[in-house]
Design a protein around this ligand. Structure first.
Ligand code: NAG
Ligand code: NAG
Ligand code: NAG
Ligand code: NAG
Ligand code: NAG
Ligand code: NAG
Ligand code: NAG
Ligand code: NAG
Length: 471
């Protein structure tokens, strides 16, 4: 997740009315060596979450609702141009415990490498043949040492500065693909569950624009998780939805900063099959300092505004996981409070009742276009854009309708009594008690195929209701 000004989010949105003429062919991978773990069924739906190691004390591994997940992603190992993947002392004990818990619950255990602050050396590593081989070997060794089922590559973002000091080059995306191909050619790498966490636009090409053809990645990655959050934040010119489902319906086109709808279209058009796309969903929201006249122009009994002006020099404190104490980030820059409210933080902080309704004295809006909620405290001037059970049900329905692979939630510990997790699981079609979906894998693939052909011809009557006309 992003906490600071990002060049990436300011990139022009790729608007494409035309649909890719060449649809991606089915994934092909090198033959599996016989002594390694059997690959997952390529259509098996995904209920995943990123587990943030820095919240391990508050979110004990033994307390997680393991039965509700298919994949769990330990976050983060960081990139290093000398040792390739760096783990901390804490990871030496926490990661084995994580894997043990996952396997005891029949959940695939992945290690995520990178993250907002941990990807500074990705470009250096994948940009050099010796380093690429070293990275492959390091991953193979880590997988064996920790009994991992897979690796998640969270590079934020190729050919960009990311947090501000990422090494980057015009060849980043091409080198990333070369590296993944080399990893797949390795006997251990060939059988891993490999995923990438990506932004809402396909990885940058050599010119710094979203790539038009990332088909090659679909043959080496099991899925790409689109991190559809931080779409609005402290870096934006107004407050707005953290994780919009849709942005083609905004009243003012300048408010269309990205969404699940436009991101899925962009990645699919660039060549990733729908059933290899996972929607990243947040269990948190962003806060802003907003004056009552901007948030509630028609007075306290009028409707809350979704895109009010805010004071970017006065970042409110988020919940108790946030801190006002300045710290120095990996780039050497001083950072303050993030203003992040986890979903539990909104409940425990008195914004929401346990059932998710806004507390007495708190203004609330469920925005139609973004399908996300907002709350506002006019006494303190704090405005929060977040996700709740209703917005996650809308995202889950979208995942199901589009035939996406599933969801992945940032972060495991953000929820309150599984309110968000249960909502998105149920809307995607997972049963209450176990990991299977209520609809069969075949039905999901049929749906995806129908969407693909509709996108090509633009003609199917049945699909017009579910495929957005514009993105
Ligand atoms: C974890 O679960 C145990 C046993 O149910 C409980 O006593 C403890 O309070 C829980 N810890 C947290 C941080 O939720
Ligand atoms: C996209 O890339 C794939 C894999 O590299 C290639 O086979 C295909 O021809 C490309 N498609 C287009 C339209 O350039
Ligand atoms: C805060 O907003 C002002 C006015 O829109 C803008 O000039 C400035 O760059 C913003 N600061 C940050 C840190 O985004
Ligand atoms: C997104 O908005 C467009 C334009 O209003 C609409 O046609 C489409 O159905 C919406 N899609 C979803 C998934 O809400
Ligand atoms: C939600 O909880 C609040 C506070 O307990 C209560 O006043 C309200 O009636 C509840 N709403 C629903 C829809 O259950
Ligand atoms: C709303 O703001 C008032 C005044 O700062 C504060 O006393 C109250 O606790 C706030 N409510 C919430 C839910 O943050
Ligand atoms: C899992 O859920 C499905 C659908 O509800 C049910 O048919 C099946 O018996 C359940 N399996 C287990 C192990 O609970
Ligand atoms: C070992 C290594 O490669 N470290 C570098 C990773 O990137 C950061 C940020 O650019 C550098 O400061 C490190 O030297």
């Amino acid at each position: 997740m992003l906490f600071t000004t990002s060049v990436y989010v300011k990139l022009a949105l790729l608007v494409s009315a035309s649909i890719a003429s060449a649809l991606p062919s089915p994934p092909h991978r090198p033959a599996a060596a016989s002594n390694v773990r059997k690959r997952d069924d390529a259509s098996a739906p995904v209920a995943a979450s990123w587990y943030a190691n820095w919240h391990a004390t508050d979110v004990p591994l033994a307390n997680l609702s393991w039965s509700k997940y298919t994949h769990m992603i330990y976050s983060f190992g960081t990139t290093s141009a000398t040792e390739y993947v760096s783990l901390t002392d804490q990871d030496q004990t926490l990661l084995p415990d994580f894997v043990k818990n996952a396997h005891a619950n029949n959940v695939k255990a992945l290690l995520s490498i990178g993250g907002w602050g941990g990807g500074t050396n990705y470009s250096t590593i994948v940009g050099d043949a010796t380093h690429r081989s070293g990275f492959v070997k390091t991953i193979a060794d880590l997988v064996k040492q920790y009994s991992l089922d897979g690796i998640d590559f969270d590079w934020e973002f190729p050919n960009g500065e990311g947090i501000g000091c990422n090494a980057h080059s015009a060849d980043d995306t091409a080198n990333f693909l070369s590296f993944l191909q080399e990893l797949r050619a390795d006997p251990t790498g060939s059988n891993l569950f490999l995923t990438a966490a990506a932004g809402i636009r396909p990885w940058n090409d050599a010119k710094g624009d979203p790539s038009k053809n990332v088909t090659g990645f679909s043959t080496v990655l099991d899925y790409v998780a689109i991190m559809n959050y931080d779409i609005y934040g402290s870096f934006s010119s107004t407050a707005g939805p953290n994780a919009p489902l849709n942005d083609s319906c905004v009243a003012d086109k300048s408010q269309a900063a990205g969404s699940a709808v436009s991101a899925v279209n962009a990645w699919h058009t660039a060549g990733i099959p729908l059933n290899q796309l996972v929607l990243g969903v947040p269990a948190y929201g962003h806060s802003y300092s907003v004056k009552p006249a901007a948030a509630l122009p028609k007075g306290s009994s009028g409707e809350l505004v979704a895109f009010p002006a805010f004071d970017n020099k006065s970042q409110p404190m988020g919940d108790s996981w946030d801190s006002a104490a300045p710290f120095t980030d990996v780039c050497g820059n001083t950072q303050g409070a993030s203003g992040v409210f986890d979903y539990w933080g909104l409940v425990k902080g008195g914004w929401l009742s346990e059932n998710g309704t806004a507390a007495e004295g708190i203004s609330h809006l469920f925005d139609e276009c973004s399908q996300t909620p907002f709350v506002y405290n006019s006494s303190s001037g704090v405005f929060v854009s977040y996700d709740d059970a209703q917005s996650l049900a809308a995202k889950g329905s979208f995942i199901k309708t589009m035939g996406l692979r599933g969801f992945s939630m940032w972060e495991t510990g953000g929820d309150y009594k599984d309110t968000l997790l249960d909502s998105v699981r149920s809307a995607v079609g997972f049963s209450d008690s176990n990991k299977t979906t209520t609809s069969s894998g075949d039905a999901r693939l049929t749906t995806a195929a129908a969407h693909s052909s509709t996108m090509k011809t633009g003609k199917s009557a049945t699909a017009t209701a579910t495929i957005p006309a514009t993105y």
